[in-house]
Design a protein around this ligand. Structure first.
Ligand SMILES: *[C@@H]1O[C@H](CO)[C@@H](O)[C@H](O)[C@H]1NC(C)=O
Ligand SMILES: CC(=O)N[C@H]1CO[C@H](CO)[C@@H](O)[C@@H]1O
Length: 489
């Protein structure tokens, strides 16, 4: 008897301990401070990338996310598309390409986090910016301002999405992958047109978002006056000059354009990876701790989903993962490359002809019977994907230093500077930058000499050895990115 009593006591203690552990594991908290997002008590440096779920198909989501993870991402960001989720007022649709829960769970299965940008105005070169057409016909409605009919509908949809995520335990506070949410979108750029109504609307949107109790921080991008506790974040091609509106908020970059969207009559957008890597490295050099590629995988505007002037079917965006999809079955028989068969999804979702598109080559052998095939989505775009992956690894190596303190700036010459992150007085990581766009330079830092190509950043996780240079340390191959293609939404 006695022995059994002891045994049950021990079991009880073990059980109690297990529960304590489970609960801790389940309810991860996300907060933030001046330096970074704080996940489970730890400041984090995070690389994020946009993948919009309806711009590909559920079959390829796992593959896209796997390639994102291999590319060094920690977070997948997506908008939520109201007009397709609620095509008729009160009638919801979350199937197929619009299966948001499945998408978030796919990211979770890969072990990555999610940034859910609910909006519900999202812009995104999406039809009507994501607003359902029926919204337009509600009597007395005025969009995106302090207007009761609009606020009622917006609040209803925000709550619908938040509750859907909660029911599935998808917020990180419930053991899910969502660490961050966004309300509204780039409103600061148009707010002047709404006067006082706009100011009141921003306050209302912030309060409404916070009142939904997600347990994760909310952001507003391009919103200088974002009220506490909402974090205002930067969107743009370069964000190193950005500072948040309060010392208690971290420096975050929610849209960093990996390229641009394609429009009819314009050239195919292209952003050199050296320039993109330079912008990202500069951001982390100057105190940033969260950065998102818009887009990491752009994909395709299926059906009539695209919006905005002349926006094309392709939403490839010159992203690190391209928009093309292979469908086939691996039948175990090796073939010569000339015998590979590739079929592709066309813009309307139908199967295209064999070899209709050629992505970058991958060593996969495909059966020609595409109809019963599996889909493999997105080919990595080289050298973009690989160069950025190396950059992410280099920044990751500096994480402990980056989250520890603000960087100390040191001038090294004309257009030349260092930023040093100290852990202790003789333990540091450094970024050396040459932000002049035309001349290479040699600099002296900490008594050592370093070659810095024009428009480049070198990363030294130990303040001494260069493990990465954004211009690859080679000849001056970088050109300052000039957006001569398209400049409109
Ligand atoms: C940098 O130093 C190297 C080695 O001394 C030299 O060959 C090179 O010309 C220098 N480059 C510049 C831009 O000063
Ligand atoms: C919100 C934001 O910063 N958007 C900018 C994105 O980049 C384009 C091109 O530089 C700018 O025109 C936008 O203002």
């Amino acid at each position: 008897m006695r022995r059994n009593d002891n045994l049950s006591m021990v079991l009880l203690i073990i059980l109690g301990f297990l529960c304590y552990c489970c609960e801790r594991g389940l309810s991860v908290t996300v907060t933030y401070d001046h330096r970074a997002l704080v996940i489970d008590g730890k400041r984090r440096v995070l690389q994020s990338g946009s993948i919009h779920y309806p711009r590909s198909t559920p079959e390829v989501w796992p593959e896209l996310i796997r390639k994102s993870k291999e590319g060094g991402l920690d977070v997948i960001e997506t908008y939520v598309f109201w007009n397709y989720h609620e095509p008729v007022r009160g009638q919801y649709y979350f199937e197929d390409r619009f299966d948001l829960v499945r998408f978030v769970k796919t990211v979770q299965e890969a072990g990555l986090f999610v940034h859910l940008r609910i909006g519900p105005y999202v812009c995104a070169e999406w039809n009507y910016g994501g607003f359902p057409m029926w919204l337009h016909f509600i009597p007395g409605i005025q969009f995106r301002t302090t207007n009761d009919p609009f606020k009622e509908e917006m609040e209803r949809f925000l709550a619908k999405i938040v509750n859907l995520m909660k029911e599935e335990n998808l917020f990180v506070s419930q053991g899910g992958p969502i660490i961050l949410a966004q309300v509204e979108n780039e409103y600061g750029g148009v707010q002047w047109a709404y006067g006082v109504g706009g100011e009141l609307y921003v306050k209302w949107a912030a309060e409404t978002a916070v009142s939904l109790n997600t347990g994760v921080p909310w952001v507003m991008c391009v919103q200088e006056d974002a009220p506490d506790p909402i974090i205002n974040t930067c969107n743009g091609f370069y964000c190193d000059q950005f500072t948040p509106n309060s010392h208690s908020k971290p420096k975050m970059w929610t849209e960093n354009y990996s390229g641009w969207f394609l429009a009819f009559g314009y050239p195919i957008p292209y952003r050199p990876v050296e320039d993109l890597a330079f912008a990202v490295a500069r951001f982390f050099e100057t105190g940033g701790t969260f950065q998102n590629y818009y887009m990491y995988f752009g994909g395709t505007n299926f059906g009539r989903t695209m919006g905005g002037p002349m926006v094309a079917t392709s939403y490839d965006y010159d992203a690190p993962i391209d928009e093309y999809v292979k469908i086939g079955v691996f039948d175990g028989h090796k073939r010569e490359p000339s015998q590979w068969v590739c079929s592709c999804l066309q813009s309307d979702g139908a199967m295209g002809g064999d070899g209709g598109y050629s992505g970058t080559s991958e060593a996969v052998v495909w059966n020609s019977d595409v109809r019963q095939g599996v889909a493999v989505g997105g080919f990595i775009r080289q050298p973009k994907w690989g160069h950025l992956r190396d950059l992410h690894m280099a920044i990751k190596q500096c994480e402990e230093y980056l989250v520890n303190a603000d960087p100390i700036q040191q001038t090294l010459g004309v257009n030349l500077e260092a930023h040093i992150y100290y852990k202790t007085s003789n333990d540091c990581a450094a970024f050396l930058a040459n932000y002049g766009s035309s001349s290479d330079a040699n600099v002296t830092f900490n008594g050592n000499s370093y070659f810095l190509p024009a428009w480049s950043v070198s990363i030294l996780p130990d303040c001494s050895n260069v493990i990465f240079n954004t211009a690859k340390g080679g000849a001056n191959s970088c050109i300052k990115f000039i957006i001569d293609a398209i400049m409109f939404y």
